[in-house]
Design a protein around this ligand. Structure first.
Ligand code: TYM
Length: 331
């Protein structure tokens, strides 16, 4: 089976973007691939989380993944920091990463803007660590949202560069993956960009939101009051809501509102009510299951431990070969 790797940072509650950009793919892929899914706890340290919050956040990401439909019997679930082999290969790979190329990465530039008081070296080398997460398992497919596309390109570059320098084919070149043709980007509800964990809470739908919160957030979602003119394309804010509908509502419901736009009979209040109910029906079962799972920390720890063992075994093989190729073999 082909190897798949993907990770999620434990920086807050998971939201609809994480679900439809990443987790939805995980669930389908677990049937056909050898999947390694992990919690990227080292990556989250670039934003200096409170040590008291970290264990709970890691457990919750795990619980929310399983509640969404991941079967721990089928996939390998682990915490990044439980696989120290990643840290060693990261050190080695840093020697092949150029400061110039890292400084040009858009996500790095964003962080410099967002946290100018904390531009740590971990932020700069973030894509190296991410590449190593993937390469150390020799993964070929990486299910991620659109915002990670550039990082995947870098992972391919590093794989190529290492293979070329040490005249090997140790690392396959991994590809960003989504069922469907292109990578997904779920918009925020206020029309200000993509949905994200750190953003305005009212513009983000979390898998942990209760029913009324979900309804309320959708009710307050932005809809341009721009004149509804036949034949004109929908304004982005309306299109965003239709796009969300396509994810959770029945196809005939989506068609109904698209037609209503075309013939100028659309009523945003009704549309939001419908979307609110469909969203509640989608999120509620995941939320309830995640809540139960989070109580069972023994179970979650057991899964994490078993996952780490498997991830380490596979990673150790790759690392051993990398060391040898580099010339770090003395005994
Ligand atoms: P993170 O934790 O920010 O997000 C986890 C996953 O959710 C996707 N995602 C979205 N997809 C569509 N629309 C959105 N609005 C949206 N917001 C988030 C992300 O694309 C991602 O797939 N660097 C990664 C974590 C990581 C990783 C890796 C991923 C570390 N090492 C190795 C894959 C392979 C990150 O910060 O994701």
């Amino acid at each position: 089976k082909e190897i798949v790797v993907s990770g999620i940072r434990p920086t807050g509650y998971l939201h609809l973007g994480n679900y439809f950009g990443a987790i939805r793919n995980y669930i389908r892929m677990q049937e056909d691939f050898n999947c390694y899914f992990f919690v990227a706890d080292w990556h989250s340290l670039t934003t200096h989380p409170n040590p008291k919050d970290l264990p709970g956040n890691v457990m919750r990401v795990l619980a929310e993944n399983i509640a969404s439909g991941l079967d721990p019997e089928k996939v390998t679930l682990y915490a990044q920091s439980d696989v120290p082999e990643i840290a060693e290969l990261y050190l080695l790979m840093n020697m092949l990463a150029y400061v110039g190329e890292l400084e040009k990465v858009p996500t790095f530039k964003d962080k410099v803007r967002l946290q100018p008081q904390n531009v740590n070296a971990g932020l700069l080398t973030y894509p190296v660590l991410m590449s190593v997460d993937i390469l150390i398992q020799r993964a070929v497919k990486v299910p991620v949202g659109k915002d990670q596309g550039q990082h995947l390109e870098m992972a391919r570059n590093f794989a190529q560069r290492f293979n070329h320098r040490y005249d090997t084919d140790l690392f396959p070149e991994p590809e960003a993956f989504n069922y469907g043709d292109s990578l997904v980007r779920i918009p925020s509800l206020d029309g200000s960009g993509k949905m994200s964990k750190s953003e305005n809470e009212m513009a983000t739908l979390y898998l942990a939101d209760d029913d009324d919160k979900i309804r309320n957030k959708i009710k307050k979602a932005k809809t341009d009051s721009a004149a509804v003119t036949p034949g004109t394309p929908m304004p982005e804010s309306v299109q965003n809501l239709v796009d969300l509908m396509k994810l959770v509502s029945a196809p005939d419901v989506v068609q109904f509102y698209e037609a209503a736009w075309d013939n100028q009979t659309i009523r945003f209040g009704d549309m939001k009510k419908q979307l609110g109910e469909d969203m509640v029906n989608f999120i509620a079962p995941i939320r309830e299951k995640a809540k139960d799972l989070q109580q069972d920390t023994d179970y979650l720890r057991k899964i994490m431990k078993a996952g780490a063992e498997k991830a380490r075994a596979n990673a150790a093989q790759t690392l051993q070969q990398a060391r040898k190729l580099i010339g770090l073999n003395y005994y």
